[in-house]
Design a protein around this ligand. Sequence first.
Ligand SMILES: [Zn+2]
Length: 216
Amino acid sequence: MARILDLGARVELTAIYPHFHDISIGLYQHTNEGGQVQFQVHSYSARQGVDNCLRHVAASMVLLGGMEAAGGNGHTVRFGCGGSHVKACRRVFIEACKVPPGEALQAKPLEIFDKKTERKITLEKLSDKEAFRVTADGVEDGKARRIAAVAGGLVKLADLAHVEGEDSLVLFPCSGGHDALVGLLLVRALNVRAAMREQDGAAGRGVLAAPSAQQQ
Ligand SMILES: [Zn+2]
């Protein structure tokens, strides 16, 4: 008997999940009765073990994205602030789908070595608000440009706001609690073009097959 699911709108798709029989896994967004935005990891595959696989992806999203579990099925997550941050969440999902089962995961730090310019890039959290300042070490030549590019990458990847007149400052438009999330985004903000290509590629590789169409 077919399951009837109210999943909400699909916001991202991994057409070929490499760690479990190449199944397709989608990310769905819906709003619960309390007005909180939730994201559900779902697959139409009926393979044995798919439940564990979806739990693994959701648990990786919690760790990598600083999200929290929502509901009891182990497949649903949300941001603690109750906001949607849908663009950021799509990125968290894409990264979570790369994590092999059994790998010990840690949230990403707020600093990274930028191979392209051989600088250490750091995100400084401003204490009075959910703003982060991008800083870099190394020579002055080209530094401001690189900082602006990384901050611009964060804005693009996650719909963060720029603080007016401040090329190095980005801001979450919510109550925050997103240190892990912004650490994860920082990795991708170093090469935002590749990250956007990856996202478009995942979406372009096909649609999530309905149960009848998907190979078991
Ligand atoms: Zn938020």
